[in-house]
Design a protein. Structure first.
Length: 275
């Protein structure tokens, strides 16, 4: 590539400039998009591996962009985290999820809880507890029907503030899940110290569940016994086939999430399945 000379570098720089400009333009459009109601939530079921009931649903944000069409979170969440816009966007997601979930009912048993992804910036804000508290009060959603998903890396900064915030949230009765479990740090001490209620095991372990006794199956089996020893439930992510679901049930995993059980879809679609 060196032989391309100066022109090559100029071309490269121009491309990077364009990409950076496009990123900045997208980021700058988030507040307007929020105002105009361009964001919406899809929901994906967390299904019991024991009886097939829908235990919960995860809220996954989408952006109906006027020019670019529907954008998946991977194309704007990172940006929103960098710029801090994840705070207003995350507040909107929390409020919308609670507002929608309060009307859900099940044909039998408990209505499903709604599981909301939390960004590290949100967890660092001292007023998050107050925000969740007043959301629950205003919508009337029972606290145990809200789950907050945090990632392992969020707990690894060593900072006291997020830990205090999580404890206060758990004291409200809100569920706390560790998202993408197994992909971050292997320091498990935080499981002892934090008020966690659920582990969501990353899909990459589930993908390896082809042959019985495969390494991934042994890893999953020990994660399940670790979790159960700590009184936590385990949800496996990225379950795409009936074979994977069967192996997970055999291992004792509590719930599954993935295309095999249902793709992310608007709330009314999920609700129709509950009845
Ligand atoms: P995640 O929390 O790990 O969410 C699960 C992702 O896996 C979703 O991607 C979902 O559509 C996808 N998925 C579900 N089942 C399967 C399957 O069987 N196979 C495969 N290959 N994939 C499956 P999505 O909706 O594109 O979201 C991507 C990520 O964006 C999420 O990963 C989450 O980290 C983040 N995200 C989504 N919504 C929010 C939000 O409201 N706030 C924040 N902070 N992050 C969010
Ligand atoms: Ca998640
Ligand atoms: Ca995940």
């Amino acid at each position: 590539a060196k032989s391309a000379g100066g022109a090559g570098w100029a071309l490269y720089d121009a491309e990077r400039d364009n990409r950076e400009q496009a990123r900045q333009a997208l980021s700058a459009a988030i507040p307007g998009g929020l105002e105009r109601g361009e964001f919406y939530l899809d929901y994906q079921p967390l299904t019991s591996l024991q009886d097939g009931s829908v235990l919960g649903v995860e809220a996954l944000v989408r952006w109906q962009h006027p020019q670019l069409g529907v954008l998946r979170p991977d194309s704007f969440i990172g940006l929103a985290e960098e710029t801090g816009l994840i705070v207003p966007l995350g507040s909107w997601v929390l409020a919308e999820a609670c507002r929608e979930a309060v009307g859900w009912s099940a044909a039998t048993g408990e209505p499903p809880y709604v599981s909301v992804n939390l960004a590290v910036r949100q967890l660092r804000r001292p007023d998050l507890v107050q925000e969740v508290c007043s959301l629950l009060r205003h919508t009337g959603l029972p606290p145990n029907r809200l789950q907050l998903e945090i990632t392992e890396s969020m707990m690894m900064s060593g900072a006291e503030e997020p830990v205090r915030t999580l404890r206060a949230l758990a004291d409200l009765g809100v569920r706390i899940a560790i998202d993408d479990f197994g992909t971050g740090y292997s320091n498990l001490a935080y499981l002892r110290d934090l008020p966690v209620t659920e582990l969501k095991v990353a899909g990459e372990f589930v993908r390896g569940l082809r042959a019985p006794e495969a390494a991934d199956e042994r890893i999953l089996a020990s994660l399940v016994s670790l979790a159960h020893a700590l009184d936590l439930t385990v949800t496996a992510e990225g379950v795409e086939t009936v074979g994977q679901a069967e192996r997970l049930r055999a291992i004792g995993c509590d719930a599954g999430q993935g295309w095999h059980f249902g793709r992310p879809a608007p709330a009314d679609h999920i609700l129709a399945r509950l009845r």
